[in-house]
Design a protein. Sequence first.
Length: 139
Amino acid sequence: LKVFSTFNEDLYKEITHLLTLGNFRENEQLSKYGDTKTARSIMLIELKKLIEANPLFREKHVFPTLKSSRLRTLINQSLNWQHQLCKNPRPNPDIKTLFADHTCTPPNGVLAPTPVNLPAAAVAKPTAFTSLGAHGPFP
């Protein structure tokens, strides 16, 4: 945090003060952030205000309307795509994390051989992606 002290002493003091609080909502400015959903809504409104106040964006930017499930849809599409490329696909894959690429172990428990990394030009690209539905087989 010392980095901030040279840039903005007041910001540094405020950040270090927040670290001493048992609950950051004890801070007057942060007390209105009750739950995650409310905090995100407030943050989005404030971000929109900042963007709209910028003269470079004024009357040039239209915010898209997004469904609340958009992130979930994107994650499921990613998982479906990884599962389609799986060497040993199973009907109900057990995915424990999004931080590693998905692989299914074969029924006998032996892992498939590690794929060889080819140059991007040598790999055939799929012509079309078949949608598995908005949320696909992954919950």
